[in-house]
Design a protein around this ligand. Structure first.
Ligand code: RB5
Length: 143
């Protein structure tokens, strides 16, 4: 199983620690690239760090901030990153099946920890629908 890279800003720190523990309990290898406390910090710094690692290791990433919006905006500036801000299980499944998202963005001030867990599981367990060529064609149009 591939590693999963995780990062947050101060607003997402507690949820990051929670998800990290839950995912490790499930046998996942987690690479945490920060932040490491509740102290105020700048989310684009951690979005960029995570994207670099995701592309290097060709794996999934999870980014968490207050709403998930800033993280998704910052991550989607990076070429070959397809970051999806998801608030439901269905969005997470569709982000993988149709958009081949490689980064999941979550809002710690939007979701309860157990909702975030379910969304993360759905994202990590879903596959890109390779058989359906139109999804690939559309993704290739991004660049
Ligand atoms: C931090 O207060 C907050 O702005 C940040 O976590 C995030 O929600 C930005 O999109």
């Amino acid at each position: 199983m591939k590693s999963i890279v995780i990062a947050s800003d101060h607003a997402g720190f507690e949820l990051k620690e929670h998800l990290k523990a839950v995912l490790r309990d499930k046998g996942r290898m987690i690479i945490d690239v920060g932040t490491n406390s509740n102290e105020s910090c700048h989310y684009p710094v951690f979005a960029k760090k995570l994207c670099k690692e995701v592309l290097k290791s060709n794996c999934f990433g999870i980014l968490i901030c207050g709403t998930g919006i800033g993280m998704s905006m910052a991550a989607n500036r990076v070429n070959k990153i397809r970051a999806a801000l998801c608030t439901t299980i269905n969005m997470a499944q569709m982000a993988r099946q149709h958009n081949d998202a490689n980064v999941l963005c979550l809002g710690a001030r939007i979701l309860k920890p157990n909702q975030a867990e379910k969304i993360a599981d759905a994202f990590l367990n879903e596959k890109f629908d390779k058989e359906n060529k139109r999804h690939k064609i559309r993704i290739e149009m991004f660049d």
